[in-house]
Design a protein around this ligand. Structure first.
Ligand SMILES: O=P(O)(O)O[C@@H]1C[C@H](O)[C@@H](CO)O1
Ligand SMILES: O=c1cc[nH]c(=O)[nH]1
Length: 304
């Protein structure tokens, strides 16, 4: 008798080992597939929204409750589902997960592994889920408060892939974002009061020297060097600089999940380095990528 063909690799995952594990601990989310009924908790998820700050992502979850007109009965509130760990916060508002990723690629990468495994255990399908990063960035030649929808993510030397040292070798993971999704987001943004543009995003491993700032604890270059670097990047289509897009684009592409990165610019890096905008203005700017994504989600769910 012929052997059956090998079963396909698990959804979301390119790791056959997971299928053979009857207990999988998502350590940094304080969840696991034995104690928690991940299917019951998450099988209806359609959108996963990521952002650096825990309070921003908590706020976004409550904003989605309002936008999706979800009914919370008296005394009910959203709770941090990952409350058993203090690494990330994770909220669920209907089919939307809102989760914080901390700062930088290493923090996001750990979360991304565990979110992809969570969705796999929940029985979700990669082609039915969309991921968004709703974050902040430094702009190049843009009015602060502009939302950049990333058409591509590149590293600090403009390479379109994330490098990971694996088994003593450097492995390059290509970073791709979805042009159709980006165009839809750009259209949706026109119906909001938020200015949005498409542009390339530079993703660095550091906020100070990695982004050519003059105001870090160390600086071995001149203002002229900084300006030459930023102008060169700008001339090559870089619209903004942040610290997670490369990993986000590379890992979602590897998992077969559609994704987009929308970051508001907090300053024009061609004009300065320090972020000293008043708190209330910053809060409003940070809500802009959220508004665009909320409108997109409502459109997809057929909610007016
Ligand atoms: O989503 P956020 O606003 O946290 O992302 C940017 C990139 C870094 O993580 C951080 C630096 O201030 O902000
Ligand atoms: O300049 C900035 C602003 C926000 N986030 C960054 O990574 N850089």
């Amino acid at each position: 008798m012929m052997e059956p063909p090998p079963s396909p690799l698990p959804n979301f995952l390119r790791n056959p080992n997971i299928k053979g594990m009857d207990h999988d601990v998502l350590y940094h989310l304080a969840l696991d597939n034995k104690t928690n009924n991940l299917k019951e908790m998450f099988s209806d998820v359609k959108f996963v929204c990521f952002g650096g700050s825990p309070s921003r992502m908590k706020k976004f979850a409550f904003y989605m409750v309002d936008e999706l007109k979800l009914k919370l009965t008296a005394g009910q509130t959203l709770c941090d589902i990952s409350g058993g760990s203090d690494r990330y916060v994770l909220y669920k508002a209907g089919p939307v997960i809102s989760v914080s990723h901390g700062m930088g690629i290493p923090s996001l990468s750990i979360l991304m592994h565990e979110i992809l495994k969570l969705l796999y255990h929940a029985g979700c399908e990669p082609n039915q889920v969309t991921f968004f990063r709703i974050g902040t960035s430094g702009g190049l030649g843009l009015d602060p408060g502009t939302v950049v929808i990333s058409e591509a993510a590149v590293d600090g030397i403009l390479r379109p892939y994330m490098e990971i040292a694996t088994l003593g070798m450097i492995i390059q993971h290509p970073a791709f974002l979805n042009p159709d999704l980006n165009n839809e987001l750009l259209e949706v943004a026109k119906d909001t009061d938020c200015k949005a543009v498409l542009g390339k995003t530079m993703c660095t491993y550091d906020f100070y020297e990695g982004q050519a700032r003059l105001d870090g604890a160390f600086c071995d270059y001149s203002k002229e060097d900084k300006m030459a670097f930023l102008k060169r990047a700008h001339n090559r289509g870089i619209a903004n600089i942040e610290m997670e897009s490369l990993c986000f684009a590379a890992m979602t592409h590897r998992a077969g999940v559609k994704s987009a990165v929308l970051c508001v610019t907090l300053l024009d890096r061609l004009k300065g380095d320090q972020i000293d905008t008043p708190h209330d203005i910053m809060e409003e700017w940070q809500s802009r990528p959220q508004k665009i994504v909320a409108s997109y989600i409502k459109k997809k769910l057929g909610i007016q």
